[in-house]
Design a protein around this ligand. Structure first.
Ligand code: FAD
Length: 371
């Protein structure tokens, strides 16, 4: 039985690891479009961007690990077509069979035509090459305008300030991160950036002229799931590749995980989660299911960010039904915990600079109010 994994990112490499951990000793082929060993992306907007974290610390495994574990790692080899009926996939060098397949193709940055057509240098951030280019650009101390006040936009804002650049963040909303954190905690992040000298151009004040007055535009307006292969193969799609609670696509021999997968979560409904932890944990579950298990993926989402001296972790998912109360404990200027509640039950929780809190916060999801 040949198990194939398309996508040499965090999810793909973790799935290969789990297959071997489970004792599977047959052929495993990992197809990776990029030429780097599979690596973790979070440092691309943080330590690696600032030149602090070396690339080899971002690798999921070193090269020897793949050889030692008999993983047939095909770097620089994009899968260009897939035939579920014949159980074949195509690469630039030929056709290859598979028995079961995992799609872990990730996502790519959403483009902003206004920036692309402005004549101002534009940066997007997804790969090592993107991050190296941005680091070199920041070293010239440009006036940086960041389109999009989401996580990547704000992390780049922090890095650009640390690199000594003048920075403005431009966002369609009146309050960046409001959709993710609600106004109470979103304001903490905006205040943090203002205290570090970042200017915000928001809502009604947003204008093309303000954005294109910069020397460099960094676009961080979200990511689009990499579905072209799945679409051409006729798999069911909807904001990503549709997978059931066991991470199986509409084809019983094909699974999908990570940023590209729109998962039917037993407790949360349909979710496509673009976070590091989700890529790891979904990959482990899918690998076991490819070997015959029938596990539902039930884990609550988790993510983290680092900006200036603030490190945060967030557990749970507020979702489309929202929350009716947020309880904040501690000092939002230094260290605090926050709990989002709906009908007296905690649906999400986070901490900032309170690293002992992680276990308590994770365990609090689904329990009664902290008020
Ligand atoms: P990816 O990492 O996108 O990997 C997919 C891989 O598949 C890519 O290498 C791609 O080239 C390859 N591929 C695509 N199509 C094909 C094909 N046809 N054939 C072969 N290969 C193919 N998450 C957090 O929780 N915290 C953070 O602080 C954080 N910071 C981030 C900072 C940045 C700059 C970025 C970009 C992301 C960040 N994330 C963070 C999100 C996290 O990195 C992603 O959720 C994670 O990378 C998803 O892993 P993945 O394997 O699903 O996809």
């Amino acid at each position: 039985m040949t198990l194939a994994i398309v996508g040499g990112g965090l999810a793909g490499a973790t799935a290969a690891t789990e297959l071997r951990k489970q004792g599977y000793d047959g052929p495993v082929v990992l197809y990776a479009a990029e030429h780097h060993l599979p690596y973790e992306r979070p440092p691309l907007s943080k330590g690696f961007l600032l030149g602090r974290d070396p690339l080899d610390r971002m690798y999921v495994h070193d090269a020897a690990w793949y050889a030692d574990h008999g993983i047939d790692l095909r770097l620089g080899t994009p899968v260009t077509a897939l035939s579920p009926v014949d159980h074949l996939l195509r690469t630039p060098v030929g056709e290859e069979p598979y028995s079961r397949l995992l799609l872990a193709t990730g996502a790519s940055p959403r483009r902003l035509a206004l920036a692309d057509e402005s004549g101002v240098p534009v940066a997007y951030l997804r790969t090592v090459e993107d991050s190296v280019r941005l680091r070199e650009a920041l070293a010239r101390r440009p006036r940086v305008a960041i389109a999009g006040g989401g996580w990547i936009g704000l992390e780049v804002a922090a890095a650009a300030r640390e690199a000594g650049c003048q920075v403005s963040v431009h966002d369609l909303t009146d309050l960046p991160l409001r959709n993710v954190l609600g106004p109470e905690v979103a304001q903490v992040f905006v205040d943090l950036h203002r205290a570090h000298g970042v200017e915000f151009v928001l809502g009604a004040r947003l204008s093309a002229a303000a954005l294109t007055a910069a020397d460099l535009i960094v676009v961080g307006i979200g990511a689009i799931p990499a579905i072209s292969l799945a679409r051409a193969a006729g798999l069911q799609l909807a904001n990503g590749i549709l997978v059931d609670e066991r991470l199986r696509t509409s084809d019983p021999d094909i699974y999908a995980v990570g940023d590209v997968a729109n998962h039917g979560h037993p407790a949360l409904g349909r979710v496509r989660i673009e976070h590091w932890d989700n890529a790891i944990e979904q990959a482990k579950t899918a690998a076991r299911n490819m070997l015959g298990a029938t596990e539902a993926y039930t884990r609550q989402p988790y993510f983290f960010t680092d900006q200036y001296d603030l490190g945060m972790e967030y557990f749970g998912h507020v979702g489309p039904n929202g929350y009716d109360a947020v309880v904040i404990k501690g000092d939002t200027k230094s260290a605090f915990r926050a709990y989002w509640e709906r009908h007296g039950i905690i649906v999400a929780a986070m901490h900032a600079n309170d690293w002992d809190a992680s276990d308590e916060l994770r365990a609090s999801i689904g329990t009664e109010s902290k008020r």
